[in-house]
Design a protein around this ligand. Sequence first.
Ligand code: SIN
Ligand code: MN
Length: 209
Amino acid sequence: MATLQPGVVLWPGLLDAAAQAALVAEIFVLLKDAPLYRPTMPRSGKPFSVEESSFGPLGWVSDVKGYRYAPVHPFTGKPWPAIPQMLMDLWDAQTRYPAPPECCLVNHYSEDAKMGLHQDRDEADFDAPVLSVSLGDDAFFRIGGEARGGNTARVKLASGDVLMFGGPARLAFHGIDRIVPGTSRLVPGGGRLNLTLRRVTKKDARPGG
Ligand code: SIN
Ligand code: MN
């Protein structure tokens, strides 16, 4: 385990090859029900370079109307599939947060995909950290502070790596500069999958939640 900056923790290779393969297999089954699609940017309507889907009671979506959480897939109109138990257990073990994640955002990066620096700030609860799982090709992840335009650090994320950012880094700007195509054969068709687990509503907002 390595603390990269206050609030940012990386567990390199936390998921072994068998766990990675089992997770990818489960994800591809769920993606039949909630297919990857290409979201668009608010206002401009420009398509993302990543493809996305979500699991859990709330999925993160983006279109010309803006960023938000929605209970159904924007194209199928169906509720998102449940978050795999392996990820629910990982959340408990790594975050020790006393409420479960409500969204697992799935990002699929093919060779030219990237993600610009942004904050995860569409959630009502910033007490919970964000937990991120990398599968497939290596990627250059960039993370800075809470202010846009500040210093950033670059870290290579490999398959099986788990990263958490919370506390003083919960609103840190972060993004993916690029992936390194062909560094893994894990994901069918190649590329990288990133799974981002988030708590969306306040911990006490729901009975039993
Ligand atoms: C994200 O910030 O939504 C994705 C980050 C990543 O792909 O590692
Ligand atoms: Mn993010």
